[in-house]
Design a protein around this ligand. Structure first.
Ligand SMILES: [Zn+2]
Length: 490
């Protein structure tokens, strides 16, 4: 059986989750669910970065104990996962003891292999990023991520010999499909080729919060070095069957702002520890909301719960995936959400389901046996195309291809006019439509799991796998009426 290991980045818990992280969770969930439909052995990891310095500062500002504060906020991310129907297999927190063991282990391996040494660090430091910047990386003297001026920091630190791995990293980044999409690969590659690769400061002296290094009790492990290791500790590294089964990761899904950490620093850490590097770093774009960059000024509209409560979880999932081509930046626009709910979800999908279910109920008391396949309809389903879009991470095209088939089904109803037919002829039309609904429910399940379940309940069947997406699989249906799938929004 083929395995598939996918991760999201782990979120800082200095604040409750915003819509941008919800987007990342949904994208990863779609991939995890699609690979499960392929009957693969899937492991999906997400979680929170509890050890970040930012969390400590936010806790102090809130006058709370740091551990209590991160526990509280981490729980909010877990709750969001539940509301979004995120099918993770493990939710890792970097305050877990198994994570601490893994982080110290990797640090120790790098040290034993001669890749960690003591030095002094002086540099421009962005507290928001918890990272040092060179002058060249700054935009008008400010952090490109936060638009704030970095502070000058000088202190004793342990360093990781990142420079030693430069050529190996370039080779890795150049390899096919290591960084997707291509523009993100080129960005990293040009930075690697233009600049010299400096060694990385990987510890902080005299900090209360964080994981103490295995070689010096006065230092905690630099949060990025620590955080990246969640991808290993989340599958029980250093011991455990899971690590052997799932590593290397098939996909690390991340936002574009942390590509360097994942495509350069992380592989170098793994090389130093003699562990295989991940297969693909998959980089998504950033979101704006109603045309504005996500920031505190937007208030509750950046809260994913706002969208879930007002439009429903499946409509939000559908909108984000269909509206924004993967890899590009996108906007969460409420007017477009409404129009997509009304036109696509209610008029196309919802209407098809309720028409077909009503016709079978009215004419056959909800029971229908199999009939001949109608090629006219069955030939409109292009499964290979749908699958190939997923493999190219063109999820917006995947959905649009599925909805093309939904439109064909509606067209079939209009052309065949089942209300004018009876007997065998009518049976055939409706059986083909029920089979179409069953296949549609499988195909939409990674995107809209709740809606898929609702359709299956009406069809009286259990959801199948991709291999079941062919006609004439079900011998007899016993359907029951359900509520409206999507209510129109005024
Ligand atoms: Zn910053």
């Amino acid at each position: 059986m083929k395995k598939f290991y996918i991760t999201t980045a782990i979120a800082y818990v200095n604040a409750p989750p915003h819509i941008g992280f919800a987007y990342e969770l949904i994208l990863a969930d779609v991939l995890a669910r699609w690979h499960r439909l392929r009957d693969e052995y899937v492991f999906f990891l997400t979680g929170t970065d509890d050890n970040a310095e930012k969390n400590e500062e936010a806790a102090k500002r809130a006058r709370k104990d740091v551990k209590d504060f991160v526990d509280e906020n981490s729980e909010k991310f877990k709750e969001l996962c539940k509301k979004l129907n995120i099918s993770y297999n493990n939710f890792i927190r970097t305050t877990e003891s198994k994570h601490k063991i893994a982080a110290r282990k990797i640090f120790e391996l790098a040290y034993e292999n001669g890749d960690i040494y003591k030095g002094k660090y002086k540099g421009l430091y962005c507290q928001g990023c918890e990272a040092f910047y060179t002058e060249k990386e700054l935009v008008n003297g400010k952090c490109p991520e936060h638009n704030t001026e970095p502070i000058l920091l000088e202190e004793e630190s342990y360093f990781f010999r990142l420079s030693k791995y430069k050529n190996k990293i370039i080779k890795l980044v150049e390899s096919k499909d290591f960084i997707i999409p291509k523009e993100k690969k080129n960005e990293i590659l040009s930075r690697l080729k233009d600049d010299e690769l400096n060694d990385l400061s990987v510890s902080r002296i005299n900090k209360e919060w964080g994981i103490i290094t295995p070689i010096d009790n006065n230092h905690v492990i630099y949060v990025w070095f620590d955080a990246l290791i969640n991808y290993l500790s989340g599958i029980d590294y250093p011991d455990g069957q899971k690590f052997n089964e799932y590593w290397p990761a098939d996909i690390h899904l991340i936002g574009k702002g942390i590509n360097w950490f994942h495509s350069v620093i992380w592989p170098a850490m793994l090389m130093s520890a003699r562990i295989k590097t991940p297969k693909t770093i998959l980089v998504h774009g950033y979101l704006t909301v109603n045309g504005q960059k996500i920031g505190k000024s937007l208030g509750n509209v950046i809260d994913p719960n706002y969208f879930i409560e007002n439009y429903g979880v499946d409509a939000l999932r559908y909108y984000l995936i269909r509206e924004i081509p993967f890899g590009q930046d996108g906007d969460v626009n409420e007017e477009i959400i409404k129009s997509r709910i009304n036109n696509e979800l209610a008029n196309e999908l919802g209407n098809l389901v309720s028409r077909v279910i009503a016709l079978v109920g009215k004419n056959f008391k909800g029971r229908l046996n199999s009939s001949e396949i109608d090629k006219k309809l069955a030939s409109k389903l292009d499964l290979d195309k749908i699958n190939s879009y997923v493999d190219k991470f063109e999820f917006h095209n995947t959905i649009s291809e599925i909805f093309k088939f939904i439109a064909e089904c509606n067209k079939y109803v209009n052309e065949e006019k089942p209300w004018e037919k009876n007997g065998k002829e009518l049976e055939k039309i409706l059986y083909n439509l029920l089979e179409s609904l069953r296949i549609i429910s499988i195909l939409i399940s990674p995107f809209m799991p709740e809606t898929s379940d609702k359709i299956n309940r009406q069809l009286g069947i259990k959801k199948g796998l991709l291999k079941d997406c062919k006609f004439s699989m079900i011998k007899s249906y016993k359907i029951s009426k359900g509520g409206i799938l999507f209510k129109k929004i005024e």
